[in-house]
Design a protein. Structure first.
Length: 215
């Protein structure tokens, strides 16, 4: 009986999520937060997108869904105090929404709880159609009526290859590069939550992303 109880508890608290992380923000290229530095002008107006190519949380399959954290970061990102609005893919069923919010909200523990601890206030959770067409910092992101962005990679080598950064500070997947880009257009329109900004020609960075936890 105890074995069964422990197994159920483990399943309910565990997660394994894989995909990409895309960040767009008000900082110049490239993002200082990735190396623990303060944001440009002392604060950051950012969008952090987690596109889940496959994964499960609390035993619920969340493959193919996208979650966007629209955040005002008042200082160094690692100091916390973020003010966030979470945008959840409208294709998600209620059970999937709850599982994603439990995982990214820190309720399931593990590394996502560490990430969630940086958020001082979740102002709102919105369900919205999300278009994520991004590969190696090239493409577009749209959360209908709320976020609009287009971005291109920076080519930094004579052969025209995309600028990349390597190291544990840039990705949660060992050996995976972070692709460095620049926004052509970046808009956030959430006046009802006190979030409305526009930046062009600023930071865009995309990398492989994976988080897992088995208590």
């Amino acid at each position: 009986m105890n074995t069964t109880t422990m197994s159920t508890t483990t399943t309910q608290a565990s997660y394994h999520l894989e995909g990409t992380m895309l960040e767009l923000c008000s900082c110049a290229v490239s993002c200082p937060c990735f190396i623990g530095e303060d944001p440009d002008r002392g604060e950051c107006f950012g969008v952090i997108t987690f596109h889940l190519e496959k994964g499960e949380a609390r035993g619920v399959d969340v493959s193919g869904l996208t979650l966007v954290n629209v955040a005002h970061i008042p200082g160094n990102a690692l100091a916390g105090g973020w003010r966030s609005v979470l945008l959840v893919d409208s294709r998600a069923e209620e059970e999937q929404v709850e599982a994603l919010l439990d995982a990214f909200g820190g309720k399931l523990g593990g590394p996502l709880a560490d990430l969630a601890s940086l958020v001082g206030e979740v102002v709102a959770v919105e369900r919205v159609p999300i278009t994520h067409e991004a590969f190696e910092a090239n493409g577009r992101l749209e959360a209908e009526g709320m976020v609009e962005a287009a971005f291109t990679p920076i080519q930094s080598a004579p052969d025209g290859s995309t600028a990349t950064l390597y190291g544990s500070a840039f990705t949660t997947v060992k050996g995976a590069p972070a692709y460095i880009g620049k926004s052509q257009r970046y808009r956030v329109t959430l006046p009802q939550h006190g979030m409305e900004w526009s930046f062009d020609g600023h930071n865009a960075i995309q990398t492989r992303w994976m988080m897992e936890y088995q208590p």
